[in-house]
Ligand binder design. Sequence first.
Ligand SMILES: C[S@@+](CC[C@H](N)C(=O)[O-])C[C@H]1O[C@@H](n2cnc3c(N)ncnc32)[C@H](O)[C@@H]1O
Length: 276
Amino acid sequence: MTPERARDFTGFKNVLKRPVLRAIVAQALAVAALLLYVQGSVALGFPLLSLWPKIALVSSIAVGLTIAFRLPKWWIIIQAALPPLVYLGIASGLPGWSFGLAFAALFLVFSNVAGERVPLYLSNATVWHALARFCEPDKPVRFIDLGCGLGGTLFALAKANKHPDSTFWGVETAPFPFAVCRLRAFLTGDPRIQIELKSIWDVDLKDHSLIYAFLSPAPMPDLLDKAQREMREEAVLISNSFEDPERPAPEQNHLEDRRKTVLHIWRGPPSKGSAK
Ligand SMILES: C[S@@+](CC[C@H](N)C(=O)[O-])C[C@H]1O[C@@H](n2cnc3c(N)ncnc32)[C@H](O)[C@@H]1O
């Protein structure tokens, strides 16, 4: 996270800008509503709902608040599933440490969701082919995947471009994807591939000629600022699916995959303001 963005999150007023906190507040309010309902029904002598309708009530309220809090759509699934899963976990009599273990596993894979608002999802083979067109096999390329996940994109491009002077860098801060990617790099034995446990904000983009990012809408304004400061004139930045609506890419490539992926392409540093 850039210092500017970090400042955005300081101060009590801005705490709820963090999606994960809004999600927790939504769940807490849903549970509070259930307790109120139970208290009220007991006090007034109304019949109480049975267990599963009560759980469905908590899920529905949490989902309603998630929509009201304008969280990204995928949070709706998490918020709906959480109450029954927590109940099933408790009812199954699993030991307390198993919840800690599950949380640790989620953290290792998805640790960038809370801070960067970027989850792990992977580019597909159609995207790899589209990217390969930007690194001709007989010309050296200095490729970097910002947030390389499990490394699929990186390895596909290294396979497509065999030039000995090419380099394929990946940076990743989520521990599990980083470890998998590093292991895969080690197993390929290709010295042109480098994987670093490093934030995208600590990379100097001027060292790279083809810069790829598949992140989320949240970091895009900062990423474009960074690219504007650091990218070389002849370098190309490609963002899978996401851009800054304030600064649309001058070029877009619409792919024929199931997701109808759009690649947003900047040839040279993105300019401030509108598309070049
Ligand atoms: C949507 S995935 C894309 C993975 C891979 N680039 C691909 O296309 O298959 C985004 C990745 O960026 C990582 N990420 C998010 N913020 C990051 C940061 N500041 N520094 C390094 N990696 C980051 C996440 O952990 C996640 O693995």
